[in-house]
Write a protein that binds this ligand. Structure first.
Ligand code: ADE
Length: 234
């Protein structure tokens, strides 16, 4: 048991998929895993372990934002010996050539959060994905004929931003899109010598104001989930 997780040692697989929404974790466990069991209900942050193609895989919600992701991922890495966390989430697009429903592999992320101040570095830290997970995910997507974008994103502390134009400055620097969790995950993984990757589906475009319908989200989430599950058992 850890502060925010009631799982027993051994309940959780070495690789954990983390959607933001705990009910999405339940959906994935019920749809894709054989013999799933729920290992956590504390604060409703549901977590499940089961077998995917015969191999043990876990899936647990991260909640929204860096503080929530940082708590759950830190405890998975330090209290449960997890080695790999694969975030499966949504993001908004900052680029006109990145459309809703596209899939992004977050090679790196910028952030407007002060999370890295804890490390007392004499400069800015660049949170990056684990290259092995990144390259394997890219190859799995290719083998499924899925076109994925690979690049830099922004992990923002803000969903509702008073400065309506700030995204344009990130877009000019080639940032593909915005979400709210990856920087905490990548920094925890790096600090603890573990591995992490964020796979993101574009749910909305900041450029065009388009957003996916629930039915479209279902279909594209399926592609992302299946890439992540195949990656988890590589
Ligand atoms: N996740 C999905 N869309 C987002 C947006 N527009 N801003 C922040 N996080 C997001």
């Amino acid at each position: 048991m850890s502060v925010h997780n009631s799982a027993k040692k051994g309940d959780i697989a070495k690789t954990v998929l983390m959607p933001g929404d705990p009910l999405r974790a339940k959906f994935i466990a019920e749809k894709y895993l054989d013999s799933p069991f729920c290992f956590n209900k504390v604060r409703g942050m549901l977590g499940f372990t089961g077998l995917y193609k015969g191999k043990k895989v876990s899936v647990m919600g991260s909640g929204m934002g860096m503080p929530s992701m940082s708590i759950y991922s830190y405890e998975l890495f330090t209290e449960y010996d997890c080695n790999n966390i694969i975030r499966i989430g949504s993001c908004g697009s900052y680029q006109k050539d990145i459309q809703i429903r596209d899939i992004i592999l977050a090679m790196a992320t910028c952030t407007n959060s002060n999370f890295a101040h804890q490390y007392q570095l004499p400069g800015n830290f660049a949170p990056i994905a684990n290259y092995d997970l990144l390259s394997k995910a890219y190859n799995i997507a290719g083998s499924r004929n899925l076109d994925v974008k690979v690049g830099n994103i922004l992990t923002s502390d803000l969903f509702y931003n008073d400065d309506k134009d700030s995204w344009k400055t990130w877009a000019k620097m080639g940032v593909l899109g915005v979400e709210m969790e990856t920087a905490a995950l990548y920094m925890n993984a790096t600090q603890l010598g573990k591995n992490a990757l964020s796979i993101l589906t574009v749910s909305d475009s900041i450029v065009t104001s388009e957003a996916t319908t629930p039915e479209e989200r279902e279909k594209t989430l399926t592609d992302m989930i299946e890439i992540a599950l195949d990656l988890a058992i590589e």
